[in-house]
Each structure stands twice: as structure tokens, then as C-alpha cells.
Write a protein of this length. Structure first.
Length: 367
């Protein structure tokens, strides 16, 4: 990326402040209320499906692996749907179809799906049969975003149709000493994303007859979840891999919403084996409603959510935003937003190249 492009990247936040957008509909109601649609039932059932992963990278033909993973998703979903009470939501983890892949951008692009696509059609049949919302994460590509690797959470409705594809809001940064996560998030192309989909889609809330939901793969970022809560989320569905239980419980408590985290299982004795599994469902006070006991065994956990009682007289959470506004207004992220808004040919090819790029555009390293 040339010097002039980097300079423009650093100036973007200033330009956004100076040239604010024309009037738009409110993102947050000033009276603490939030938009809903009528509930179909007073109590809903959430099922979290914990499974292992088979990386498409490990198959000579990725299509064979994709079919195998899809069949396993369908099998586990059928088992979940046979439970009593029948689930209203089926939540899978971050990448049940593709597994995790390593290597270069060129390599990773081989192990993605499209949303919607053949896989969502097949999973839609299960959702329709089960009469439930089906949610899963995946690496994905989109012809509107050539060469970008997306982390998408798909929500399939009870009718089998795709209701929404949630982009990951942002990636956690500076957690690896030698690399950065190469996927493209809303933060990485925020202005172009906003132009294409609208500001409301940065933190979209899906209003369903079973409650207001949203889906996220973000970890350890209280501001992201507060923004979703301000927009009226009642059930926050999460798909981050190798999660921290305290993060999920704290976000439920501080934002007054139900939540669930679906995790992958990992073989015993591996470097991250202690961080596998143990998927959870939490209450708005942070208490555990359900937890899978194993790090390495597959399974299903369920919990009932008294959504009608919860919604009664509820407002969005109470935040001290006015009090901290002066401090927040002076804070600058180390890595500017829109950092991957560039010619697709210039996108960093590897995690190591992404780190070098971040070092180059860092507001902290280049004072």
C-alpha cells in the first residue's frame, strides 16, 4: 500500500467527524424503549450444538470434506430437534462446515462457502422440518468483496430461508506475537460496508416471534455488545472459538440479555485442549442456565427462556455514556478503521503480512 493511501486511511476518522452524514432514522430510542414484534409464545427453547471440526484443508478434495461436515451438522441437528421440548433456536459454532484453515489468503479462499449457497439450502430443510431458527458460523466469500475472507454467521428462518448473514464486527488484535487475523470485518471496511448495506446493518437486530436476537463471533469487546444491547437485543447468540466463560457471563450481566456460546471440541492432550467445548447458555444476571461438561465430547445443551416475562417493562440497559463521553471522544484506536478498504490485489496475503501492515499504519508505533 503506497504512502498516500496510508495517509488517507489515517485521515478518514477526521473526515467522518467533519462531514457527518445527513439525517438518518434513530439507531437507539431516547426513551429506553426498543422495537419488537409480537411474541408467538411466552417461553422459548434454545439448543446449543457442540461438535468437533474437520478442516477442509485436510481433505484432498474439499468438496468431500464439506459434504461430510454438512452431513454431521444435519445429524446433530436432527438429534437436537428430537429433544423435548423441541428447540426454537439451533445454535452451532463458528465453523462446523469449513473447520479452521491456515496458510495464505490464496490458500484459505479455497476453504470457504457462499451465503446463501447450497449448504444453506440443505440446512434450511432441517430448519423447516424442525420449525426452528438455525444459526451457524463459517468462513465465506462474496462476489461483492473479491479476495476478502469473511467470517459470517448465517441465520436461517423457520421457513428454511436465509433471514440474515451477520458479518463479524471486528477482530481482536495484538494477541499473537508474529501475526494478525486476516479475515475482513465490518470495522476493516466500515465506510464501504455502510454505503452498501446502511448504518443500521453495522449492529443489526433480528426481530423474531421468539425475541430479538443478534449473532456475533467477537470476544472480549464490551463496546460491541453494548451497542447491540442499545439496539434492543434480548438473546445474544455467540460463536467464538476457544472462548472465555467469564466474558460471556459478564456481557450477559452488564447488558441485561440472555446469551449462549457454542464452542468446538478439541482432542485431549492438544495445545488448546483445555479451551475446547464447555458451551454455555447464560441468564441476564450472568448465571449459567446450561453448560456442557466436556472439552472434547460432542453434545447438545438446552435452556428455556421466559421471553415474555423478560420483555415485560424492560428497557435498554443503563450506561454511564454521558459521563465518559469526554474521555471516549479523545480515544483513538491503534489500527484505523477501513484498513482493508483497498485494491483486492493489495490485501495482505498472510497473517504475518497483516502484522507488518498493522505495524506500518499503527497510531501507537508511528506517533
Amino acid at each position: 500500500m503506497n504512502t498516500s493511501n496510508r495517509l488517507c486511511l489515517k485521515l478518514i476518522p477526521l473526515l467522518v467527524l467533519v462531514f457527518s452524514e445527513p439525517s438518518i432514522s434513530r439507531l437507539v430510542n431516547a426513551d429506553g424503549s426498543y422495537e419488537t414484534i409480537p411474541l408467538e409464545k411466552d417461553v422459548v427453547t434454545l439448543a446449543v450444538i457442540q461438535t468437533g471440526i474437520n478442516s477442509l484443508q485436510d481433505f484432498k478434495d474439499p468438496k468431500v470434506g464439506l459434504k461430510q461436515n454438512l452431513d454431521h451438522m444435519l445429524e446433530m441437528g436432527e438429534s437436537a430437534c428430537a429433544q423435548n421440548p423441541k428447540p426454537d433456536f439451533l445454535l452451532y459454532h463458528e465453523f462446523p462446515l469449513t473447520g479452521y484453515s491456515s496458510g495464505s489468503r490464496t490458500e484459505k479462499l479455497k476453504y470457504t462457502i457462499q451465503v446463501p449457497g447450497p449448504e444453506t439450502l440443505e440446512l434450511g430443510k432441517l430448519a423447516k422440518k424442525c420449525d426452528a431458527y438455525l444459526i451457524f458460523g463459517s468462513y465465506a466469500t462474496d462476489s461483492d468483496w473479491p479476495q476478502h475472507i469473511l467470517s459470517i454467521n448465517a441465520v436461517i428462518g423457520r421457513n428454511g430461508e436465509l433471514r440474515k448473514a451477520y458479518w463479524k464486527s471486528r477482530n481482536i488484535k495484538r494477541i499473537y506475537p508474529d501475526r494478525e487475523i486476516p479475515t475482513t470485518t465490518i470495522e476493516a471496511v466500515r465506510n464501504k460496508y455502510r454505503e452498501k448495506y446502511g448504518m443500521d446493518e453495522e449492529f443489526p437486530v433480528l426481530k423474531t416471534e421468539f425475541g430479538n436476537i443478534a449473532v456475533s463471533t467477537v470476544q472480549g469487546d464490551s463496546f460491541i455488545f453494548a451497542a447491540f444491547a442499545m439496539k434492543g437485543v434480548e438473546i445474544m447468540l455467540r460463536t467464538a472459538t476457544l472462548f472465555d466463560e467469564s466474558d460471556v457471563r459478564a456481557m450477559s450481566w452488564s447488558n441485561n440479555f440472555y446469551s449462549a456460546m457454542a464452542n468446538i471440541t478439541l482432542p485431549l492432550g492438544g495445545p488448546y485442549s483445555d479451551s475446547g467445548g464447555k458451551s454455555i447458555i447464560t441468564a441476564p444476571n450472568g448465571d449459567l442456565l446450561a453448560k456442557h461438561p466436556s472439552t472434547h465430547e460432542e453434545g447438545i445443551i438446552t435452556a428455556q427462556i421466559p421471553i415474555a416475562e423478560f420483555r415485560k417493562n424492560r428497557t435498554i440497559p443503563h450506561y454511564a455514556l454521558d459521563m465518559v463521553q469526554d474521555v471516549f471522544s479523545e480515544y483513538q484506536q491503534e489500527i484505523p478503521m477501513n484498513h482493508l478498504d483497498m485494491d483486492p490485489k493489495e490485501l495482505p496475503e498472510t497473517g504475518e503480512a497483516m502484522k507488518d501492515y498493522f505495524d506500518d499504519i499503527s497510531r501507537y508505533l508511528n506517533k
